[in-house]
Write a protein that binds this ligand. Structure first.
Ligand SMILES: NC(=O)c1ccc[n+]([C@@H]2O[C@H](COP(=O)([O-])OP(=O)(O)OC[C@H]3O[C@@H](n4cnc5c(N)ncnc54)[C@H](OP(=O)(O)O)[C@@H]3O)[C@@H](O)[C@H]2O)c1
Length: 255
């Protein structure tokens, strides 16, 4: 596929949702995938489920730069050179007006969505630049550009991802490294369960009356971005359910 042939692709947040499906599709396309997340059993199951390509489970917390760095340095010798990074690990915690926000939730989101993404990026950029054909795909959110009430700090972390993607592209011009930002709307994964502390009923309510995006929709989009010819940089992709209005909020009956 495209310019990633014979190289390995790192996918963060591969134990669930978008990252899990992206790792599967990349492996099905014949790639070596380095699958990063904290839940190692899930990564092992993912690796065992692939019959084409190769998935290397890499258990690490993206918030911990040292741990992630050691894990990446410990990849097997026969792992091909890393040529792409899908910065997908991320989460939302809590929902409601900023004045009722929980600073612990804010820290979780900032540490994961911002610092975690920076950690993975900085650790892998030397290899991506060295490959002469690197590609970084950052997963942002439509929340970065269209605020919905109750999403404040989460949306702000994704606005960071959006802006950083544009800035990285500017800085990396001339290195051959491409940068893409994919901004999904509402999708059914474990995302809402994490946001609502495992409250399934509340998560179900969020999707009532809407056909949400699936992990497939986003994984296929990521694969499309990665497989464009080397001279083509997809800057930004926004993708939403047809049913999703702008400006979801904490109105009764919704989130
Ligand atoms: N679903 C949506 O509606 C939606 C919409 C727009 C954007 N997004 C974004 O899409 C990305 C993927 O979300 P998803 O919907 O697929 O949610 P998900 O099913 O909850 O998956 C999130 C993934 O991130 C990983 N992760 C979280 N914290 C991590 C950490 N500290 N270190 C390593 N991995 C970590 C999780 O793995 P472990 O828990 O095993 O570590 C999991 O694999 C996120 O960046 C999210 O913000 C989601």
């Amino acid at each position: 596929m495209g310019t990633q042939e014979n190289g390995a692709i790192v996918v963060s947040g591969a134990s669930s949702g978008f990252g899990h499906r992206t790792a599967q599709l990349l492996a099905e396309a014949g790639h070596t995938v380095v699958a990063v997340a904290r839940r190692s059993r899930r990564l092992d199951a993912l690796a065992a489920s692939t019959s084409t390509g190769r998935i290397l489970p890499l258990s690490a917390d993206v918030r911990d730069r040292e741990e992630l760095g050691k894990a990446l340095d410990g990849l097997p010798d026969d792992c091909p050179p890393i040529v792409a990074l899908v910065n997908n690990a991320g989460l939302s915690r809590g929902f409601g007006p900023i004045q009722d926000g929980d600073p612990g939730h804010w820290r979780d989101m900032v540490d994961t969505n911002i610092t975690g993404l920076l950690n993975a990026t900085s650790l892998l950029l030397p290899r991506l630049i060295g490959s002469g054909r690197g590609h970084i795909v950052n997963i942002s959110s439509i929340a970065a550009r269209y605020p919905y009430s109750g999403g404040n700090v989460y949306a702000a972390t994704k606005a960071f991802v959006h802006q950083l993607s544009l800035s990285m592209r500017t800085d990396l011009a001339g290195t051959g490294v491409r940068v893409t930002c994919v901004a999904p709307g509402m999708a059914r994964t474990e995302f809402a369960l994490v946001r609502y502390d495992g409250d399934e009923e509340r998560a179900d309510r969020l999707y009532a009356g809407v056909t949400p995006l699936s992990a497939d929709d986003i994984a296929e989009t990521v694969l499309w971005c990665l497989s464009r010819p080397p001279g083509v940089n997809v800057n930004m992709v926004e993708i939403m359910p047809t049913d999703q209005p702008f400006g979801l909020g904490f109105a009764p009956g919704r989130a």
